[in-house]
Design a protein around this ligand. Structure first.
Ligand code: ASP
Ligand code: MG
Length: 330
């Protein structure tokens, strides 16, 4: 099955991390691999844009040179020179996106080089998605020519996450955390059924574990629940991450070893899946959110209700009892 695999930035912090990712990628048949920036680099690029401090440029340079050197990969020097030149550019939302584009361009270049080095056929696609010119939160446009080009590639297709391009060729970004969205958007455009969002968490949790230590990994979620949870701010998902997931597609949120959370067009238990901090109180996301509204909760949407209590209480009340009743095979 043709698969889109997205590798998160938290899994791209060192040469060893890139090797782990490459090993995982090598077990798939001609996958599309969407790559995030190395952890922390997008923030550094924003700082660099604001301050133009050469010390930040040097730190970004060092991170990537070190990883590339250890992996024996070349190809990032032209990008680093281009970034250095950008230090003289004026301010503007388009220039900020241009600065941010280097994070994904650098990491994808390294990933592509590494895959080739270990003997895989790989082709690099830099910002292949055409977007509108709403810099900072650009909207991807459905351009089929791209799908054809990637679809015809006879090897791994490495694609930069998060960034796109306007029709006249300027870099855009789709909003922070947007690589997941790039991955689901591409899968839909290409007609691929499976998307794997590889992250450092084992799956989607029922609550923020810092607030609710007994939060559990959800085995399954419907697309509607995932759309709602992302929209309300779950796990730093880009709010539109699950919007492209249509019938017949499914998304796995997982690490390399876990089974993770499978998100698709199915309606599995438990009835209440995720609790989030929400204004003064909590939002409970789940298929049966309307039942909570009947009990006095406030309507947020078809799949979410607001309750005036901290997440820990809401989790104890709505998620825990049903989760404990689920029967697990093995
Ligand atoms: N690198 C981007 C960010 O930090 C996109 C992503 O990682 O998904 O927001
Ligand atoms: Mg992310």
């Amino acid at each position: 099955m043709r698969t889109v695999i997205k590798i998160g930035g938290s899994l791209l912090r060192s040469a060893q991390h890139f090797l782990d990712a490459a090993k995982f990628i090598s077990t798939f048949d001609k996958p599309v691999v969407v790559v995030s920036a190395v952890k922390g680099v997008t923030d550094m690029l924003i700082e660099l844009y604001k301050t133009r401090h050469e010390s930040i440029y040097e730190a970004i340079r060092e991170i990537h040179v070190e990883i590339a050197k250890r992996l024996g990969v070349s190809g990032i020097d032209p990008l680093l020179r281009e970034l250095y030149k950008a230090l003289d550019m004026p301010e503007g939302p388009d220039v900020l996106d241009y600065f941010m584009s280097f994070g994904e361009r650098l990491s994808a270049t390294i990933m592509h080089g590494l895959l080739r080095r270990i003997g895989l056929e790989s082709k690099l696609f830099v910002a292949p998605i055409i977007t509108d010119d709403n810099f900072g939160s650009a909207k991807p446009l459905e351009d089929k020519s791209l799908a054809e080009e990637i679809g015809e590639n006879e090897g791994v297709s490495v694609v930069t996450g998060f960034i796109g391009r306007t029709r006249d060729g300027r870099f855009t970004t789709v909003g922070r955390g947007g690589s997941d969205y790039t991955a689901t958007f591409l899968a839909k455009l290409l007609g691929y059924r499976r998307v794997i969002l590889v992250t450092d968490a084992p799956g989607v949790l029922t609550a923020n574990p810092q607030e609710v230590p007994e939060a559990k990994i959800l085995p399954m979620m419907s697309v509607e629940e995932a759309v709602e949870a992302a929209r309300l701010g779950a796990k730093n998902f880009h709010p539109r991450t699950f919007e492209p997931v249509t019938n017949g597609m499914y998304v796995e949120v997982r690490n390399y070893w876990s089974r993770g959370t499978v998100i698709g067009n199915f309606y599995a238990p438990p009835p209440y899946k995720v609790v989030l901090r929400c204004g003064e109180g909590s939002c409970v996301v789940g298929l049966d959110a309307e039942e909570i509204v009947k009990l006095g909760g406030e309507y947020v949407s078809r799949f979410a209700a607001h309750v005036p209590m901290p997440p820990k209480w809401a989790h104890d009340l709505f998620v825990k009892p049903y989760f404990e009743k689920l029967v697990w095979i093995n």
